[in-house]
Structure formats: structure tokens, C-alpha cells
Design a protein around this ligand. Structure first.
Ligand SMILES: NC(=O)c1ccc[n+]([C@@H]2O[C@H](COP(=O)([O-])OP(=O)(O)OC[C@H]3O[C@@H](n4cnc5c(N)ncnc54)[C@H](O)[C@@H]3O)[C@@H](O)[C@H]2O)c1
Length: 322
């Protein structure tokens, strides 16, 4: 029997996909989620519907800022590693409520780290973000680049969280991987994110908004590649005595917004109604990951190209929504 993993944000997009794979590979999963209202609770309940039947899956509905509850999870179960995905996600909404983003993302992580320290749990994987690079001029983005110039409260909260995980590594020997995810997509993708939103608009004959001239690019990364890397990260922390690593997880192959739109049209056989809008505050122009560190440390090799990923997404979308 493999170890016990606590996954925060376990009912969300990345968390629920990760949990399914962890269960398949023999881990016991403790999933903590407060079903935050950022998007529908029903969608998240759907994400975990099958896992609920698994004998080694135990869901907790609660908040990472609830120290008492965290203490009891750590006391009652012999948690080996925490994969911390719970977060207020989304760049644009963070501009409207920065306090909330800092409270959940930074104070929430602090509450988790304190509970880990008190319980003697020594391994943490944290979901940081490519948004931390801001409008970095040097490409591709490397973990050694200076990331002191975030352009949204969300990005600043991720940077602050990377810093506080280092403090707990230094003071209490918690071993950490901060993964910087680059625009993740695939089955169960958050409905606010571009690919899911575009499919929804396409299939319901609503116009899409194209911000800027369509040349903004994202390093879209398929969920299965991300999940595989997180599981390699768990093994890496098992085998490495003392670790504090920041690791990019991207596809290293940015796709322009207008190209993404054409790919979706090809893959679906439908045509978008397009509305052009000004660029929005907080959005970066480009994300592009240097993934050599992930390749070296984790044998990471993202092998889902954008066409294949979009075809898989279409299949999931149609079977869930049509
Ligand atoms: N999806 C991406 O492209 C992407 C890119 C970079 C980083 N990330 C990060 O990866 C993580 C997972 O993202 P996702 O896309 O799966 O988002 P998601 O919103 O689907 O999942 C996050 C989950 O956290 C839960 N949550 C929020 N606040 C909580 C709290 N206070 N206590 C307990 N649970 C709480 C939510 O209910 C949600 O289910 C997040 O930390 C996000 O910032 C995601």
C-alpha cells in the first residue's frame, strides 16, 4: 500500500484529475476543498463523483484557513505528502478583490504550513503559477529569472506563497516543490479559462471576446502531463533528503490566441463569432516555459500537443455538455 496524500483544492480541475490518478496508482487520498463559489459547486461535485466510490478516497469539505480542522486531519491520518492546490484562482478577478486573494492564497498557505509543522509532515508540493513572471522580457521563462515584478494580485500572492514555503523549509525542514504551472487545460478545466470558455461559447452560438490583436500567446499544457509531473514530484521528494525546488511545468510551445481559435474551429468543425476588445489589465502578453529543469529532475516530457489536447478536450466537453 502506498502513502497517504492530502490534496487541498481536491475537488477542482487539477486536484480532481490528480486524485483519480493517485488512486489508480495505489495512493490513499485525503481531499480537502471548501467548494469555493468562484464557479459552481455542482461542477466540483461532478469532478469527484467517481472518486467517492473508491475505498481509499476520503473527502473533507472545509477551508485551508481552518487550523482546527487541518490539525485533526493530520492527527487522524498519517499524511506523508501535501499537494497544495487550493487557491483563489484567476488573474482578472484578483484585481477586483485583492484582499480575498491574499487571505486565501497567502494566509491559507501559512495556516497549512503551521499545521504541517505541528504535525511533523515534511513534504509539500505547491501550485504556483507562470503569472509570477509578469511581462518577463527574456524568453523562455526560467526558474532563475528575477520575478519581482508581478502585474496582478493573483501573481503577487503566488510569489508571496513561494517565499513563505521557503521560510518553512529553512526553519522547520519542510521539503518543498513549488511548481509553476503554465495554462493547464483538459477534462474538467475551470469554466473561466480560455479553452473551456471558448468551447462553451462556440457550442452555444455566443460571440467570443478577443482581447488585443490576438497575438498574445500561452504555453498551454495538457492536464495529463501536469498530473504525471506532480506524481513524479512526490517520488522526487521521497528520494531527496533536503529539497526546496521551484520548477516550471509548461509545454514549452506557446500558441498565439488567433492560432488557438483556428485550432478550435478545425477540431470542432464550427465557426466562432468574434468580438474584438482592448487588452485587459493584469493579462501578460506571453507565457513560455523553459522546462529543462523539470526534464532533468523529474524526467518530465510533456507529449500532448495542442491539436491532440484540443481533440481530447472536445471529446470531454461534448460528452459532458451535449
Ligand atoms: N489551471 C491553471 O491553468 C493553473 C495555472 C497556474 C496555477 N494554477 C494553480 O493550480 C491550482 C489549481 O488550479 P485549478 O485550475 O484546478 O483551480 P480550481 O479552482 O478548479 O481548483 C482550486 C480548488 O480550490 C478550492 N478552494 C479555494 N479556496 C479554498 C479554501 N480556502 N480552502 C479549501 N479549498 C479551497 C476550490 O473550491 C477549488 O475546487 C491553484 O492553486 C491555481 O492557482 C492553475
Amino acid at each position: 500500500m502506498k502513502k497517504n496524500i492530502l490534496v487541498t483544492g481536491g475537488a477542482g480541475f487539477i486536484g480532481s484529475n490528480l486524485n483519480d490518478e493517485l488512486l489508480k496508482t495505489g495512493f490513499s487520498v485525503y481531499s480537502l476543498d471548501n467548494f469555493d463559489a468562484f464557479y459552481e459547486k455542482g461542477t466540483k461535485q461532478n469532478n469527484i463523483r467517481e472518486a467517492l466510490f473508491h475505498p481509499h478516497y476520503r473527502p473533507y469539505e472545509g477551508d485551508i484557513r481552518d487550523a482546527k480542522m487541518l490539525g485533526s486531519i493530520f492527527r487522524d491520518h498519517n499524511i506523508d505528502t501535501v499537494v497544495h492546490l487550493a487557491s483563489k484562482a484567476g488573474v482578472r478577478p484578483s484585481i477586483l478583490s485583492p484582499e480575498e486573494y491574499f487571505d486565501v492564497n497567502v494566509n491559507g498557505t501559512l495556516s497549512l504550513l503551521k499545521a504541517m509543522q505541528e504535525a511533523g509532515v515534511k513534504k509539500l508540493i505547491f501550485a504556483s503559477s507562470s503569472s509570477i513572471y509578469g511581462n518577463n522580457l527574456k524568453i523562455p521563462y526560467s526558474e532563475t529569472d528575477v520575478v519581482d515584478f508581478p502585474i496582478s494580485p493573483y501573481a503577487a500572492s503566488k510569489k508571496a506563497t513561494e517565499l513563505i514555503t521557503h521560510v518553512y523549509h529553512h526553519l522547520y525542514g519542510i521539503n518543498v516543490i513549488n511548481f509553476r504551472f503554465f495554462t493547464v487545460y483538459g477534462a474538467r478545466q475551470r469554466p473561466d479559462l480560455a479553452i473551456h470558455k471558448f468551447f462553451h461559447k462556440l457550442y452555444t452560438n455566443q460571440p467570443i471576446e478577443i482581447y488585443g490583436d490576438g497575438s498574445t500567446s500561452r504555453d498551454y499544457t495538457y492536464i495529463d502531463d501536469i498530473v504525471k509531473a506532480i506524481i513524479s514530484g512526490i517520488a522526487f521528494l521521497d528520494n531527496t533528503g533536503h529539497a526546496y525546488e521551484i520548477i516550471n511545468l509548461g509545454n514549452s510551445n506557446p500558441v498565439k490566441l488567433l492560432d488557438l481559435i483556428s485550432h478550435i474551429e478545425d477540431v470542432s468543425g464550427r465557426k466562432f463569432i468574434r468580438h474584438h476588445r482592448e487588452m485587459q489589465e493584469g493579462d501578460v502578453n506571453l507565457t513560455f516555459a523553459d522546462i529543462s529543469k523539470a526534464r532533468k529532475l523529474l524526467n518530465y516530457s510533456p507529449d500532448t500537443g495542442i491539436r491532440e489536447g484540443l481533440m481530447k478536450f472536445r471529446k470531454w466537453y461534448e460528452s459532458n455538455y451535449f
